[in-house]
Design a binder for this molecule. Structure first.
Ligand code: SF4
Ligand code: SF4
Ligand code: SF4
Ligand code: FES
Length: 945
């Protein structure tokens, strides 16, 4: 397969609908008004040489190689900065233009390395290509004068290098960092010959504000900025379009390959979620796929205290079947179950729940979405009728006011954060509701209008107070409510929120947010032409997670912000396939498409398809499986792609449950924490080793394509199929597209989905007869459930209380360079940015405890304790501490407690009463985990230089 070549039109497409006709080199061309001459020419197949222009950036007009002549006009304007005009006649290749372009290129080449054969960009360099295009045959000025040829290469970033000698100061990198990424880490310093590109305060890339998104590298036309993998391996020879396996943004990439070796991941311009952008994880952090820790053979042991023994796939699968059958024979049909993962494909997840329902004969299936976004499913289904976000990401371009609640997009959803920042720089307003002063509160050229820095656990109170202001100050969108919502539900809800106990003044006492700030934020949101709500796990992972989701839905309805571009309720999904895992029927009470297991008509569809009778009773959720294990009624489990011992709360309860089971099967890439309690380990496959689909936060179904054979021999879906066959079912899929065909056959929202169609471009479900091309915006003209349902959101304080012993509130989250429990990112050079989890603590709380920045501290709660280093910062308010959970050495979930969402059991990760005290250092068990890697030492060294 050849390299997928994306055409660079030089300047962005115009959004105008007014056509303009002109003539270029005698050819009549019609393009939208506002199009540059360069782009118009390119669309007509006429390639004008260019250096400082690229179609992902606004035109700049600095290099002067793209000159053209326009009949009747003086001079030779730059085609990248000159818009088309009706009737003009443009020439792109006259002798005069050729002469001028050669002169410009000659000057560039006189201060440029000429080692073309040994250059890492050899064979794929825009600069070389332009030199060839304009036909430079001699360099009259020579490199003998002052030049930049001996400039020092900055190799501090683990993934790319900057060689100033090759730089032509076209500023594409600077503009990419500003316009695409929104970080403003680069500048052009100096003037004329002295001008140069600098990162931060003229420092190494690694220590600057650079977040390593790679947009500048992608934009660079000379290879001055270039991936180290290209320097090391050379240019790729073919590419395959696939989807990032990290977060719920769902960026598309071209995996650029040499044989079965990945040389580079390039964000795909046609990707509808990312439009050619990426973050450090998707673009660079794929090295874990080849990490030495990968387990590539099944491993078995009789007791969890025995050493592992490598076995064949046949023996491994045979043992799963015989053990599960034995346990069911001895302890009953319900004594075993499965846990699926949001990291796996839809097809894999579908098969795992099918394994439970068809083969085991029970509904004991649950997913790690239980611990993140299950309240989203419940809350949005109850209010709107569909368990999913309402918009596409592009919708943000039409948003005037964003309400960002409990989400930290610059770290968790970086590519979408860049889109948000673009819109904010254009003038949209932002309200942040978060206990921490996250980056979006204030960063270069972005400042939130209001930051509601609430006490953890008081979301529902604050969101209801926002509604109070809207209702009592007459800001309700009466037309929308009258036409689209249930009148009785609205009347009851409006009376409830209007009660004085829900006023900002009353809520200030519990939330700590000044009443005036709540009032101002409510007025701003209600006054927006288009107001959009974006939220994350800071909303869902609470004892009132589902209530808070419904409070957000209420706010969208009361202000009429549903059913068109620019508005909506948008959950930012943590993992790549949280949406898909939920869609595929992983929960114990729902078949695929969120249809309750008790519905006989729905069961009949699957009973026909699978040839069995289904149990109408919901099965066990993850916490109930563990409770049942401790009680002795649940004895065996198959866990695919999920590390419950590290990612689920109350670790001691989890491990006690696992220890109580007779046969634990862990199917994963690495020996994770849960594998410590496993009897059988089945090696998993990475996203590079299999076909399938992921569904992102926009309900977008993206193809995942195999770029190399599964290193352990079998893709994950094949392993599940082998287990089903060994247990007596005749599964016979030869490709995941056949699994998708079964999903489409049985699930109305997926009825129109096929791999052939997805190969033409991703689709947002529902995809069916009514919406054959998918559904970018939901609830247009009416809610899926009929009338929008306002739900009363009574604030109930969490049972997790602070007191004399545990006076601080711990909240948790993640950081840009790491991903969840870090199983993948810790096995890449990303550790350079986050070698360990830190505890953020306010200077006031730190001083009271005699803790200084960098000190070891003991973090203790009612559930347990751990030790980590303190980072003293005003990002957190007094009384609040914060940490990430990326490193097993910290095991932050040892500390988190037993409380969970009332509706879905989603754990209350975001609120734990804790105490912090000085410590001498990590305990022995923690020390055994601590990986002070070469990379983490390097950042210290670079910072010190
Ligand atoms: S590093 Fe590359 S993109 Fe940046 S100014 Fe230099 S040549 Fe242009
Ligand atoms: S990698 Fe991204 S953040 Fe860093 S300088 Fe380049 S564009 Fe800016
Ligand atoms: S934003 Fe998310 S999906 Fe996109 S590259 Fe980064 S981790 Fe991958
Ligand atoms: S490409 Fe037009 S001035 Fe550089």
């Amino acid at each position: 397969m050849p390299l997928i070549h994306e055409i660079d039109y030089g300047t962005p497409a115009s959004t105008s609908t007014k056509p303009v006709t002109l003539t270029i080199d005698g050819q009549e061309v019609t393009v939208p008004e506002g199009t540059s001459i360069m782009r118009a020419a390119m669309e007509a197949g006429i390639k004008i040489p260019k250096l400082c222009a690229t179609d992902t950036l606004n035109s700049f007009g600095s290099c002067r190689v793209c000159l053209v002549e326009i009949e009747g006009r003086n001079g030779t304007p730059a085609s990248c900065t000159t818009p088309v005009a009706p009737g003009i006649k443009v020439s792109t290749g006259t002798d005069r233009l050729r002469r001028l372009r050669r002169g410009v290129m000659e000057l560039y080449l006189s201060d440029h390395p000429t080692d073309t054969l040994t250059s890492p960009v050899a064979g794929n360099c825009e600069f070389h290509e332009v030199a060839g295009q304009v036909g430079v045959r001699e360099i009259r000025y020579g490199p003998s004068g002052t030049n930049h040829l001996n400039a020092i290469v900055d190799g501090s970033n683990p993934y790319f290098q900057f060689d100033p000698a090759k730089c032509i100061v076209c500023s594409r990198c600077v503009r990419a960092c500003e316009e695409v990424q929104g970080t403003f880490a680069l500048t052009v310093e100096g003037r004329g010959f002295e001008s140069k590109i600098v990162a931060g305060m003229d420092e190494p890339f690694l220590t600057s504000e650079c977040v390593s998104c790679g947009a500048c590298v992608q934009a660079c036309p000379t290879g001055s900025l270039i991936e180290k993998s290209i320097v090391e391996l050379g240019q790729p020879e073919h590419s395959v379009v696939t989807t990032c396996a990290y977060c719920g943004v769902g960026c598309n990439f071209k995996a650029e390959m040499q044989g079965e070796t990945v040389v580079r991941m390039l964000p795909w311009k046609e990707g509808k979620a990312n439009h050619g952008h990426s973050c450090v994880k998707g673009r660079f952090a794929w090295g874990y796929a080849n990490h030495q820790d990968r387990i590539l053979k099944p491993m078995l042991r009789e007791k969890t205290t025995d050493p592992w023994r490598e076995v064949s796939w046949e023996e491994a699968i045979g043992r799963v079947a015989s053990e599960f059958k034995r346990i069911q024979a001895e302890h009953g049909r319900d004594s075993i179950g499965v846990i699926t993962s949001s990291r796996c494909t839809d097809e894999e997840t579908y098969l795992v729940q099918k394994l439970a329902r068809q083969v085991f004969g029970n509904n004991n299936t649950d997913t790690c979405a239980r611990v993140c976004h299950s309240p989203t499913g419940y809350g949005l289904k109850t209010t709107f009728g569909t368990s999913a976000g309402t918009q596409n990401f592009d919708s943000v371009e039409y948003t005037d006011v964003m309400l960002l609640v409990g989400a930290n997009p610059t770290d968790g959803h970086p590519v979408f954060a860049s889109r948000m920042k673009q819109r904010l720089r254009e003038g949209a307003k932002l309200i942040v509701v978060d206990p921490r002063r996250i980056d979006m509160v204030r960063m270069p050229h972005v400042e939130a209008s209001h930051h509601l820095a609430l006490q953890p656990g008081t979301n529902v109170a604050v969101l209801t107070a926002l509604a109070h202001v809207i209702v009592t100050e007459g800001l309700v969108n009466q037309t929308f409510v009258r036409e689209r919502c249930d009148p009785q539900a609205f009347a009851e809800w409006a009376a409830f929120v209007s009660e004085p106990r829900n006023s900002p003044e009353a809520v200030q006492k519990v939330s700590g947010v000044p009443a005036e700030t709540i009032r101002a934020a409510a007025r701003l949101f209600a006054s927006a032409r288009n107001g959009a709500i974006y939220y994350g796990l800071g909303v869902t992972e609470h004892s009132q997670g589902s209530t808070a989701v419904m409070a957000l839905a209420n706010l969208a309805m009361v202000t009429g912000n549903i059913g068109r571009p620019g508005v909506g309720v948008n959950p930012l999904r943590g993992q790549n396939n949280v949406q898909g895992a939920c869609d595929m029927g992983s929960f114990p009470h729902e078949l695929p498409g969120y249809r309750h297991i008790s519905d006989p008509a729905v069961r009949a569809i699957y009973e026909r398809e699978w040839g069995v009778t289904l149990d109408p009773e919901p099965g066990l959720r993850i916490p109930n499986m563990l409770d049942a294990a401790i009680d002795g009624s649940f004895r065996g489990i198959y866990i695919q792609g999920e590390d419950i011992a590290q990612s689920d709360p109350d670790t001691q309860h989890i491990t006690a449950g696992l220890q109580a089971m007779e046969f634990v099967v862990v199917h994963d890439l690495f020996l994770n924490e849960t594998a410590n309690y496993a009897h059988l380990f089945l090696p998993g496959s990475t996203f590079l080793e299999k076909d399938g689909t992921f569904i992102n936060a926009e309900r977008r179904i993206n193809l995942v394509r195999k770029v190399m054979r599964p290193r352990a021999g079998l893709a994950d879906w094949e392993v599940t199929q082998e287990i089903a066959r060994a247990m007596g079912q005749d599964w016979n899929y030869s490709h995941p597209s056949q699994i998708m065909a079964e999903i489409a056959r049985t699930t109305p929202t997926f009825a129109g989905v096929t791999y052939e169609k997805l190969a033409q471009g991703s689709l947002q479900w529902p995809v069916n007869d009514k919406a054959p091309e998918g559904t970018p915006v939901m609830h247009i003209g009416g809610f899926v459930r009929g009338k929008g349902n306002f739900v009363i959101t009574e604030y109930v304080p969490t049972d997790e209380k602070t007191g004399a012993r545990f006076p601080l509130l711990l909240t948790t989250g993640r950081i840009l360079s790491q991903y969840n429990v870090g199983a993948q990112t810790r096995r890449t050079d990303n550790v350079v940015w986050h070698p360990e989890d830190l505890l953020e603590i306010h200077p006031h709380d730190a001083e009271q405890r005699g803790v200084r920045d960098g000190d070891w501290v003991r973090l203790a709660s009612r559930s347990g304790e751990t030790t980590l280093r303190a980072h003293v910062t005003e990002r957190v308010a007094p009384g609040v501490v914060y940490t990430t959970f990326h490193h097993p050495a910290t095991q932050a979930n040892v500390v988190t407690g037993e409380f969970s969402d009332w509706a879905t059991n989603c754990p209350e990760y975001k609120v734990t009463a804790v105490q912090v005290s000085p410590s001498n250092g990590p305990s022995e068990w923690q020390e055994s985990y601590r990986e002070l890697t070469t990379a983490s030492r390097r950042i210290t060294a670079v910072a010190a230089e």
